[in-house]
Write a protein that binds this ligand. Structure first.
Ligand code: RIB
Ligand code: CA
Length: 311
């Protein structure tokens, strides 16, 4: 029985690879892709999601546009990482498949209400604005969500956007606070783990050597995407953040972490959007998240390459 998921995303090259991994995996049934403003504005993220679906030959997957700005703060985007299109690195055709008319938040609420409790997993890969808005508008869905497996936050690795905050949480800290206080079971892929999922020349060439359109696209996106992080961190490659979320659904044993309390800074501008992870359990705050800290990087790339080869 395939696991039903909804991918909430702000493509972004790493989001694109995560979506491809999901679409290549029969273990997962993608109920829909909901788009949010993040790496680039909503018109581009909702276009890019359709570009990826068409690249995968999966125009059957409905794509929805959601919130075009954070709950309370001004939108912050990341063209400096992802390029002005959000999918720089390769020219791909304009999407022909339509965007759904329904708002992403209404799709999230309707789908969760229509399915048995615990049968749908949410996979946010960008700012949590859509998820938080759905929870605020329909509190009854919280108990329907099987779990939320998200990419966001940082603790030992500290922030990548401010000294304290990782991009997805930084863009919409108020939304993150709603999600982290929702009581929904959370699995969090912070920079602590994604920064150990680094591309290397060999790993990128393995995508290119697949000899497929999709393999070529993934290699081209990665070549473009990694230049910023390599310059910033002086690393050999760049972290493929978002595919960690989907890889967890496929092979959870690739990841190691702790079930701890994680709360979001929403008061201080200095540390706004910080995920305050009680890794050493020094407080009596109730654990609310499986916070990942490490992964089997070779196993991750082997899974990713094997699945991408199927498209
Ligand atoms: O900080 C990394 C996260 O921000 C990733 O999800 C990337 O796609 C961007 O959204
Ligand atoms: Ca993302």
């Amino acid at each position: 029985m395939a696991r039903k998921i909804i991918i909430d995303t702000d493509p972004g090259q790493d989001d694109a690879v995560a979506i491809l991994l999901a679409l290549a995996s029969p273990d997962l049934e993608v109920q829909g892709i909901t788009c949010v403003a993040g790496n680039v504005p909503l018109p581009l993220t909702s276009k890019n999601a359709r570009v990826v679906c068409e690249l995968a030959g999966r125009t059957d997957v409905p794509v929805y546009a959601g919130c075009d700005r954070p709950l309370a703060r001004d939108l912050v985007t990341a063209e400096y990482v992802h390029g002005k299109t959000g999918l720089d690195g390769i020219e791909l055709p304009e999407p022909q498949m339509p965007l759904q008319d329904q708002h992403a938040v209404d799709f999230l609420i309707e789908t969760l209400r229509a399915h048995p409790a615990g049968s749908v997993t949410l996979c946010p890969l960008g700012p949590l604005t859509n998820i938080a808005t759905a929870l605020q508008r329909a509190p009854d869905i919280a108990e329907k969500i099987a779990e939320i497996v998200l990419m966001g936050g940082a603790y030992f690795e500290v922030g990548n956007t401010t000294p304290a905050a990782e991009f997805n949480i930084h863009v919409d800290p108020q939304a993150a606070e709603i999600v982290f206080k929702s009581g929904v079971p959370l699995v969090v892929m912070p920079l602590d783990v994604t920064h150990k999922a680094l591309t290397t020349r060999a790993r990128v060439e393995a995508f290119r050597n697949l000899g497929t359109r999709v393999g070529h696209a993934v290699a081209s996106w990665t070549d473009f995407f990694e230049r910023f992080d390599m310059a910033k961190y002086g690393s050999e490659g760049a972290p493929l953040h978002d595919p960690c979320v989907i890889a967890y659904l496929l092979k959870p044993d690739l990841f190691m972490g702790r079930h701890i309390n994680v709360e979001i800074e929403t008061t201080s501008e200095l540390t706004m959007g910080m995920t305050v992870a009680d890794w050493w359990r020094v407080t009596d705050r109730a654990p609310n998240a499986m916070f990942m800290g490490d992964l089997d990087a070779n196993g991750f790339y082997t899974l990713l390459t094997e699945r991408i080869a199927r498209l």
